[in-house]
Design a protein around this ligand. Structure first.
Ligand code: ADP
Ligand code: NI
Length: 219
């Protein structure tokens, strides 16, 4: 990256931090901060264009459509405004907006393919933050925010075949592990992310094993 690009990244990081400060549902600045760091690690190993990777990581949740009545155009639009204010070139801007528009998980049976290496890197980084110790913490934080049970033995997980089904499900947070978190390992786009995902996956499996033992009073 050039010095000018690094300066733009820092300015946009400060702007995103200002906008996302303090959110208890898992979409806070620190989620973005972790995705940014992980995207840098993966992106370097995959030889991606780091200016695009860093901007997309920083801007990927700046206006999540799930919090704007399902309007999927808000995220890319706000991201574009922020980049325009820093005179990011049009090609980069289009690329970043395209990544933001297609990054989200929409259910087990719904494919969300990324077209470019940079998109793959950022999607992997975002998904890694839903796995491992971090992912467990975020899942229960989100479940609490939505008033959901930790676990309900009478309500089994389902593999959602479309996004309407996925987003209207009110099941327990443990179900979310089976509906999304444990599926992520096999959906990584890059080798660098696959290696990180494998470890985070094992940690979640061990966690669940222990959760059920404690639930049943066996431990
Ligand atoms: P992304 O936008 O990165 O695809 P989401 O916005 O869907 O991710 O989810 C943000 C965080 O909240 C993730 O860690 C995700 O696993 C968690 N989450 C989403 N839906 C649920 C749910 N039904 N129960 C528990 N956690 C959830
Ligand atoms: Ni995210």
């Amino acid at each position: 990256m050039t010095q000018a690009e690094q300066d733009i990244v820092q300015t946009i990081a400060a702007e995103v931090r200002r906008r996302l400060g303090g959110d208890g549902s898992g979409h806070d600045w620190w989620h973005v901060f972790r995705v940014w760091n992980t995207a840098r690690t993966i992106g370097a190993q995959e030889h991606a264009d780091m200016f695009v990777v860093e901007l997309a990581a920083l801007l990927h949740d700046v206006a999540d459509w799930k919090y704007h009545n399902g309007d999927e155009s808000v995220g890319p639009r706000v991201a574009r405004e922020i980049m325009q204010a820093q005179s990011v070139d049009a090609g980069c801007m289009d690329h970043v907006c395209d990544i933001i528009a297609t990054i989200s998980f929409k259910g087990a049976g719904v494919q969300t393919p990324m077209k470019t290496l940079e998109g793959k890197v950022v999607q992997d980084a975002d998904r890694l933050d839903a796995m491992g110790a971090m992912g467990i913490a975020r899942a229960f934080a989100y479940g609490g925010h939505k008033n959901r049970a930790l676990y309900d033995p009478d309500n089994k997980p389902t593999e959602h075949m479309n996004k309407e089904q996925y987003f209207s499900d009110n099941g327990s947070t443990i179900n979310h592990f089976y509906e999304k978190l444990l599926l992520l390992k096999d959906r990584m786009n890059t080798d660098a992310a696959r290696a990180l995902a494998a470890e985070r996956h094992i940690f979640m499996q061990q966690y669940l094993e222990r959760f059920f033992k404690e639930w049943n009073g066996e431990m």
